[in-house]
Design a protein around this ligand. Structure first.
Ligand code: 5GP
Ligand code: MN
Length: 344
């Protein structure tokens, strides 16, 4: 048995909204990852089985390695189809927000989300959810939104509606948010849920191959180049930095997702406590940060990169040039090391 951590009132109110809804819009955060897409698809599979008309609208395109998840073809990209997205939000009876904690993280859908009149339910595991939803089910202590959604579905007495497709999507999110159960995955209840999903025939081996071990040649070469030529290690500060410019990305025909996981690599070096990856985008510098132990990259990202996230995985955005972003990080390293010196 897994423990009951979700309060009864939230479940009751969610159930009432679900019973009353015919048209449901499910949405998630920008640059949707495996947990965002996995939870959205699982919600679609289960609520569709209840006879609801469920549409997933994402703020922008999701990573290509998620394409093989059951139902992924039905996802509507709100950047590609803004008018259709607007119509769906306006006509929805219920909006389910998954894997993000504030409307800003819905990117281009922020305005549609905040102005929609339908009730909103937030199911999420990021810290400090803002108060924009009618029901907020937030558990930052859990490894993934998929893990939380499984628990929500059980509490709604919908366990039997989780079919093989839904199970596979839930497992995908749990795997991707924990690096295939290598971090943030010490809660024994995770494995109880994994066992239940395997009993529903989720194909863990195929998921691993598709989600973690499928790379194009260009992608492999880009990542090898980044490690060989662009990795800087600042041993005295336990820090690592990788910076990739537009020109470098173009040289390897970069497509979205090609640098997924790159920021984690320097953490394998003994003594490296936190790792920063800066990628030049058309209108900003995207920053990804990862750490080991209790080094708080969420604080680092909110203090220096206009961002936030989890203790060991966070990110942010800068509007300056790539060189300025990298130089200011190098300059600030001493201050950063001092500021967070109490965290080991
Ligand atoms: P990634 O490095 O994979 O893009 O992001 C890792 C985590 O950092 C995300 O799950 C999210 O919680 C957080 N994150 C990434 N980018 C941003 C950002 O621009 N703002 C905030 N607040 N959090 C971010
Ligand atoms: Mn997540």
């Amino acid at each position: 048995m897994i423990s009951r951590i979700i309060d009864e009132n939230s479940i009751h109110r969610l159930k009432t909204y679900l019973d009353d809804a015919e048209k449901i819009v499910v949405t998630c955060h920008v640059a949707p990852d495996g947990d965002a897409i996995g939870s959205s698809l699982a919600a679609m599979h289960v609520f569709s089985a209840l006879g609801k008309d469920v549409k997933i609208v994402t703020p922008d395109a999701f990573l290509s390695n998620l394409r093989t998840l059951p139902g992924a073809k039905e996802i509507i990209d709100g950047t590609k189809y803004p008018e259709f997205a607007a119509q769906l939000f306006a006509e929805a009876d219920l909006i389910i927000c998954l894997d993000f904690n504030e409307p800003r993280r819905a990117g281009r859908l922020q305005e549609l989300l905040t102005s929609a009149t339908a009730p909103k339910v937030l199911i999420d595991h990021h810290l400090d959810p803002s108060d924009f939803a009618d029901v907020t089910i937030s558990h930052p202590d859990l490894c993934s939104t998929c893990f939380l959604l499984f628990r929500v579905l059980c509490r709604l007495e919908l366990f039997n509606f989780i079919d093989r497709n839904a199970a596979e999507c839930l497992l995908a999110g749990m795997m991707t948010d924990t690096g295939n159960f290598s971090y943030n995955a010490s809660d024994p209840e995770i494995y109880i849920v994994v066992a239940e999903l395997l009993k529903k025939n989720a194909d863990k081996e195929r998921l691993y191959r598709d989600l973690f071990n499928t790379f194009s040649l260009n992608c492999m070469r880009l990542n090898s180049y980044a490690i060989l030529k662009k990795l800087e290690v600042f041993r005295e500060y336990g820090a690592a930095l990788i910076v990739l410019s537009r020109e470098e990305l173009n040289r390897f025909h970069y497509t979205k997702g090609d640098t997924e996981g790159l920021v984690n690599r320097p953490l394998s070096i003994p003594g490296v406590k936190f790792s920063i990856f800066m990628r030049e985008e058309t209108d900003m510098v995207k920053v990804s940060a990862r750490s080991v132990g209790s080094f708080p990259v969420n604080l680092l990202c909110s203090d220096y990169f206009n961002g936030g996230g989890h203790l060991n995985a966070a990110g942010g955005e800068l509007t300056c040039s790539l060189e300025e972003a990298a130089d200011s990080f190098r300059t600030n390293l001493k201050e950063i090391a001092r500021k967070y010196s109490q965290y080991k």
